[in-house]
Design a protein around this ligand. Structure first.
Ligand code: AHG
Ligand code: MN
Ligand code: MN
Length: 324
């Protein structure tokens, strides 16, 4: 069985980038351990604080953020980090080449009910000299990512990783404390009959999304001509993982609940890394109108509408938007 670092070496990934990935994974293994202890470690429940985006932080949001910040600060190759749970970018080492952005705990509303959560990360290269707390360094489109991945903390902990040479799955072998290769060159089926969306927001969506979902619900009698199934885990990591395994389409579109927000999900911590993984697995990822990875970010915490998954189904949703 190949360990993740052996696969990265085999794929010719640069030593300093391997080091950044390996440090990130040390953090993920620690998070996996803490999650497995749950109530025993007294780490469930919420804090008294909100993050910069006005969301109540769970204790494990804060703990996971601290774990990743700590391990990444040990790597001299890291210039700086940006996290969903940090107000500002954080400088690590001015000589470092890499910038790491992460969602330390995704799907955190699932923590207290013992359901799947994950960690999402994205690695960029700094394009000019400067301190790692300079936000301008981070404002690069998703096309510049040199690596992206997530760890799904489910019945087993699974790492899904791309360095731009396809997508591989690794399963955490808790006896040896290593992620080992369990599936190579994963490809998302191009067609699907399974959609994932939070239906409770239906009345707030734009017309193209309303129409698409209405047609899905009409099944084989509707214009899409097929009977759909629906899933909603409320953890993007779990939804994307299901799509990588058996196909599907995941949507968190713009809605009018708070018109100032472009969507719920964050471009730098969720949209870009997941889009890189999905495209590397042969899927597509769009806002409905443009590819997510083509967006020029203006703020590290910027939000984005997300539609991703099986290529042909995502392209169907794009047609609704382009015509509507
Ligand atoms: P986070 O826990 O990092 O804030 O992200 C949760 C995200 C995403 O994982 C999930 O798809 C979505 O929010 C769920 O939102 P709803 O609670 O609106 O369904
Ligand atoms: Mn998230
Ligand atoms: Mn989060």
């Amino acid at each position: 069985m190949l360990r993740v670092d052996e696969v990265l070496r085999r794929d010719g990934v640069a030593d300093d980038l391997r080091s950044v990935i390996n440090h990130t994974l040390i953090g993920c293994k620690e998070i996996a351990h803490k999650l497995s202890q749950g109530e025993l470690a007294g780490i469930l429940g919420s804090t008294e604080t909100e993050n910069v985006q006005g969301e109540t932080q769970k204790k494990l949001d804060v703990i996971s953020n601290e774990v990743l910040k700590h391990v990444l600060s040990q790597d001299p190759g890291v210039r700086g980090i940006a996290s969903e749970e940090e107000d500002n970018t954080v400088a690590i080492n001015d000589d470092g080449k890499y910038l790491v952005t992460f969602d330390p705990l995704d799907g955190s509303s699932n923590i207290d009910v013992n359901l799947s959560v994950g960690t999402i990360f994205s690695i960029l290269q700094a394009q000019q000299p400067g301190s790692g707390d300079d936000m301008a360094l981070f404002l690069q489109s998703g096309r510049n990512q040199v690596a992206a991945g997530y760890v799904l903390y489910g019945p087993s902990a699974i790492l899904v990783l791309t360095t731009g040479k396809g997508v591989n799955f690794f399963t955490l072998d808790r006896h040896i404390g290593e992620f080992v290769l369990t599936k190579e060159q994963v490809k998302i089926p191009e067609d699907t009959k399974e959609f994932a969306i939070n239906m409770s927001n239906q009345r707030f969506w734009e017309k193209p999304m309303q129409d698409y979902i209405a047609h899905c619900l009409q099944g084989e009698e509707g214009p899409l001509g097929k009977r759909y199934n629906m899933r909603w885990v409320a953890s993007m990591v779990a939804e994307v993982h299901r799509i990588l395994v058996r196909g599907g389409i995941f949507m968190y579109p713009w809605d009018s609940r708070d018109p100032s927000k472009a969507g719920k999900l964050r471009l730098m911590y969720e949209g870009n890394p997941m889009s890189f993984i999905v495209e590397q697995a042969g899927g597509r990822s769009t806002t409905g109108r443009e590819d997510i990875m083509d967006i020029q970010p203006e703020d590290i915490h910027q939000r984005v509408p997300v539609v991703l998954g099986s290529k042909n189904e995502v392209e169907t949703v794009m047609r609704y938007h382009l015509q509507g």
